[in-house]
Design a protein around this ligand. Structure first.
Ligand SMILES: [Zn+2]
Length: 403
């Protein structure tokens, strides 16, 4: 995680998509969100755009593309046609998220997709949400294919960028940039039209849709089918299904959709809609509470009283379909912050009319605590009136199945 804080009143974090090493048996876990704690303290608030304003998700991309080696492979060869082909992929990828039903993040939330010829257009925190394919970064270590840097507001009313409106809430995303790994002869990205002819390339849209999940506020999911799973699909393949007019959000899993509905609730939908209003709440606690006694206090006077970092997953009991999962382990009372590490979880915006089973699983791989470290760290701050420190993610418990 890069410490790209340029002002005390902004928090920045970066999340990366890495190569899948293969040979692993992914467990069923679920989506995780990133949070911001206000500069004045309080409960963590989820990072998200202010969708009350149309066109709020400003977006542009840098048309600077490396040619030797060629990072982005297209079916078209003419320079203008190449740019158009890449741009169509970018537009389709945004539309996948904007067309999930039952959220306030809709196509109208997105501004027009602009272009810039600046190579390092993702260098600056400028209030512009930018995609770059030709900008190097020290974060491209190991198998990192792409990463997203998100800057959020921790002070209501701040206007860090001249052209953006003052922030309306804590956690409001002010600037998010996506960087693809450039200049690597072994790692190339191909548009859907070019992928069949380039089986050693990574699918541009799969990687981009994943990074856009970070741009919109997600951390990672431990769920194999989720687009927010932290490992890319193998070379030459793509995640899920391609979007179609009938199923515009097709590459996403239910876990991604539920997470987006939680992050961008549609107020009308919550009151009136009988489709996605399900909620399951609870706590994950050890059978013997003495098992937690060795853990450090996370804030003055507050011991860890539940399992922190378990994934709680809702499964359709009739079909076996995994619907959604969340990171369990904390709650926060706005009247008494900071976070309590009491094992609490809340599965919200679940499809109604189904029978659910709940699974509780440790975060012990292939998605480990490292994959959601930014989300865990974002629950607490040390420089606020109510400081806290997250306990270590607890992976030393056995799976329970509760009817
Ligand atoms: Zn990622």
């Amino acid at each position: 995680m890069p410490a790209t804080k340029t002002r005390a009143s902004r928090a920045a974090l970066a999340m990366a998509l890495v190569l899948l090493l293969g040979g692993i048996q992914p467990a069923a876990q679920g989506y995780v969100l990133n949070y911001t704690v206000a500069a004045s303290g309080g409960c963590p608030q989820p990072n998200r755009f202010n969708t009350a304003t149309a066109g709020i998700v400003d977006r542009r991309w840098s048309t600077s593309l490396s040619s030797s080696p060629q990072t982005v492979l297209t079916a078209a060869t003419d320079p203008d046609a190449r740019l158009n082909e890449i741009e169509q992929s970018i537009l389709r990828s945004f539309a996948v998220w904007a067309r999930v039903s039952g959220t306030s993040l809709v196509q109208e939330s997105l501004g027009p997709l602009g272009r810039t010829t600046t190579q390092s257009a993702c260098q600056l925190q400028d209030g512009l949400n930018t995609l770059c394919f030709n900008q190097s970064s020290s974060l491209f270590t190991g198998g990192v294919l792409a990463f997203t840097r998100v800057v959020t507001s921790d002070l209501v009313g701040e206007q860090p960028f001249p052209n953006s409106p003052p922030s309306a809430f804590i956690g409001e995303i002010l600037d998010a940039d996506i960087l693809f790994r450039p200049n690597d002869s072994d790692i190339r990205f191909a548009t859907p039209a070019a992928l069949p002819a380039h089986p050693s390339a990574f699918d541009l849209e799969s990687v981009l849709i994943h990074e856009l999940g970070h741009l919109f506020g997600f951390s990672h999911s431990g769920l194999w089918r989720a687009i927010m799973f932290p490992f890319a699909p193998p070379r030459g393949t793509f995640a899920g299904e391609r979007p179609t007019e009938q199923r515009p959000d097709a590459p996403l899993a239910d876990d991604d959709r539920v997470g987006l509905r939680v992050l961008y609730p549609n107020p009308a939908d919550i009151r009136l809609d009988a489709v996605n209003g399900g909620q399951i709440r609870g706590r994950v606690v050890p059978v013997n509470s003495a098992a937690l006694s060795g853990l450090p206090e996370t804030s003055p006077g507050r011991a860890v009283t539940g399992i922190f970092g378990a994934h709680v997953v809702a499964v359709d009991a009739d079909t076996g379909e995994i619907i959604a999962g969340v990171l369990a382990g904390w709650s926060c009372d706005p009247a008494s912050p900071p976070v309590r590490f009491d094992g609490s979880f809340a599965l919200e915006r679940l499809p109604l009319g189904r029978n659910y089973k709940i699974y509780v699983e440790p975060l012990d791989g292939p998605v480990s605590a490292a994959s959601i470290q930014s989300a865990v760290q974002s629950l607490c701050r040390s420089d606020v009136p109510q400081p806290c420190t997250p306990p270590p993610v607890n992976t030393r418990f056995t799976l329970l199945v509760v009817p």
